[in-house]
Design a protein around this ligand. Structure first.
Ligand code: SF4
Length: 113
């Protein structure tokens, strides 16, 4: 039986079907917890308001696709991906992430490794 992330393909296909997602046309973004959030939470809102940034971090820490999102951000994206604000060159932006506590960084690391 073929397995994906420890799940049988039949089980995964059944879950996607329950969510109304087409297994033949599925992408990790389809499970993003932020799909209905304003884009500003991940760019200018995050940059200008620490409370918005902290709230966004908490959404990402609860997102089922944080790991996939994190590595997309690390590949050269700009803005918040996987709970980290990326500088567009594959590095976390020091200033935009300055509000994060050690506990938040530890949680991000635990979720993406
Ligand atoms: S990790 Fe954050 S930015 Fe990425 S899909 Fe999930 S909620 Fe959205």
């Amino acid at each position: 039986m073929e397995m994906v992330c420890g799940w049988s393909l039949r089980r995964m296909s059944s879950l996607l079907d329950e969510l109304g997602l087409d297994p033949e046309d599925f992408e990790w973004q389809d499970l993003a917890l932020c799909s209905n959030m304003p884009t500003s939470f991940f760019y200018d809102g995050y940059e200008s308001d620490q409370e918005t940034a902290k709230a966004t971090d908490q959404v990402c820490l609860r997102c089922p696709v944080q790991k996939q999102c994190f590595f997309t951000g690390a590949s050269g994206e700009h803005g918040v991906w996987g709970g980290v604000y990326w500088n567009g060159s594959g590095k976390p932006d020091k200033n935009r992430n300055a509000h994060k506590t050690e506990e938040v960084w530890n949680e991000v690391q635990r979720k993406v490794t």
